[in-house]
Design a protein around this ligand. Structure first.
Ligand code: HAM
Length: 425
């Protein structure tokens, strides 16, 4: 029997895991510095949450959802993104009543039926944040700065922050009309899927990657000319705060984002090292989503970034991420086996990571210690039986010493600088 995986999915194998853990841990640490708390929502939700949330005309809703009926005929969808689900959870549990603003983050798998290619999967993993219940331009700047800071903390600096404003409820119809008027003379010359968008979601035409379309919209007036004064003030305050924090950005007049819930500021963090899927992180303000989902008026701002695309950027830096253990024990001398085994248990209680080899082939055991990137190795040989000593090898600087078995615990504990009072008997 031969096995295969569904298209667009992948196994994440143990060798890859150190990078995933490093990204997740860096994000968790940084989010806690900015005082965000974790939330976990189900992998699937009732379909209307996403229909209302992301917009019925969005590409994700019309083409990319994994929707199904369960055995009782309920309409369910594997979550394609996190913002609608987190907003649903906020309303359902009245989280905003306990704490406003609410600062939440999430990590997990998401699902979109897209054409798979490098950096684009059908099951992918996103880390997202949502700052809910605050309309201030400071929040937009703070969250964008946090996104930038996150990639800096991962050592990824070769990035561009693109930013724009799509305005509010008042300016949106004006902007849509502006786009339609500008394109109306040439609309029949544009590809069919663009002609469809002209009627359903004209704003999305602006960020089409199609070169023909880009050539047509090149001369279009800036959509920000149609913003209300309040929206313009908001946007320029965000830029001013970013300037003060020395976050580099590019105002990108055609950036509108693919999800319909955005209002005011939108942004993306892009890299030229990702090929066609250049965006590693995207987000913006969404002041109407809570009300759209039947909740209170809760202005909010957030972003999501893809772990797979972040890994592509780390790989481009050619950094090495490997797992290691503190100690590998090789009891070649049978009488010391029990003692080393119980010693291993005590050391683990001191948070010293260790492992023991159970077979009697020294060459193979040393190979295994190397493969595990063990920092230290203990070997008890037949010849050590009389002296009741063991060999204690430092694998990093390739030195070794002979240590009495009776002192081994103390030697290791002080080598790893563990406070013995932390040791749980
Ligand atoms: P999004 O731009 O659709 O935004 O996705 C955010 C990030 O998820 C992308 O920049 C990309 O890194 C990753 N991503 C998306 N689709 C795929 C895919 N098929 N394969 C691999 N990676 C992918 C959102 O999802 C919004 N919920 C973000 C947000 C949060 N806006 C406000 N709050």
């Amino acid at each position: 029997m031969s096995f295969s995986l569904p298209r667009g999915t992948q196994d994440i194998l143990p060798d890859e895991m150190p990078k995933w853990h490093m990204i997740e841990q860096t994000a968790r640490d940084l989010f806690s510095t900015y005082n965000f708390s974790e939330i976990r929502t189900p992998i699937f939700e009732y379909t209307p949450i996403f229909a209302r949330g992301m917009g019925e005309h969005s590409d994700i809703f019309t083409k990319e959802m994994y929707s199904f009926e369960d055995k009782s005929g309920r309409h369910l969808t594997l979550r394609p993104e996190g913002t609608a689900a987190v907003t649903r959870a906020t309303i359902m549990h009245a989280l905003h009543k306990k704490m406003t603003p609410l600062k939440l983050y999430y990590i997990g798998p998401f699902f979109r039926y897209e054409r798979p290619q490098a950096g684009r999967h059908r099951q992918f993993h996103q880390i997202g944040v949502e700052y809910i219940g605050e309309d201030s331009a400071y929040v937009d700047a703070e969250v964008i700065a946090m996104g930038y800071h996150l990639f800096e903390s991962l050592g990824i600096t070769d990035l561009k922050v693109c930013i724009n404003s799509v305005g509010c409820d008042v300016s949106r119809p004006v902007i849509e009309e502006m786009v339609k008027q500008f394109l109306s003379q040439n609309i029949t010359k544009l590809p069919k899927h663009i002609q469809e968008k002209f009627h359903s979601n004209p704003l999305r035409i602006l960020d089409s990657k199609d070169e023909v379309v880009q050539a047509y919209i090149a001369g279009m007036p800036d959509i920000k000319d149609a913003l209300t004064q309040k929206s313009k003030d908001h946007f320029f305050s965000v830029l001013q705060h970013l300037d003060e924090m020395a976050i580099p950005y590019h105002v990108t007049n055609t950036l509108v984002r693919g999800l319909e819930y955005y209002t005011e500021t939108v942004f993306e963090i892009v890299s030229e090292h990702l090929g066609a899927q250049g965006t590693v992180c995207g987000g913006g303000r969404y002041n109407n989503l809570s009300a759209e989902l039947g909740g209170p008026n809760l202005p909010a701002f957030g972003f999501g970034f893809g772990i797979e695309r972040t890994i592509m950027l780390l790989d481009h830096l050619k950094k090495n991420y490997t797992q290691s253990i503190d100690l590998y024990l090789i009891p070649m001398e049978p009488l010391s086996r029990d003692r080393l085994f119980y010693l291993m248990h005590k050391l683990r209680n001191c948070n010293i990571s260790c492992e023991m080899g159970y077979t009697n082939n020294l060459k193979n055991q040393l190979k295994r210690a190397d493969r595990l990137n063990a920092k230290r190795v203990v070997i008890s040989r037949e010849t050590d039986r009389e002296t009741k000593t063991v060999e204690y090898k430092n694998m990093l600087n390739r030195t070794q010493e002979t240590v009495p078995l009776a002192d081994l615990f103390e030697v290791i504990v002080s080598d790893f600088d563990v406070n013995e009072s932390d040791y749980i008997e």
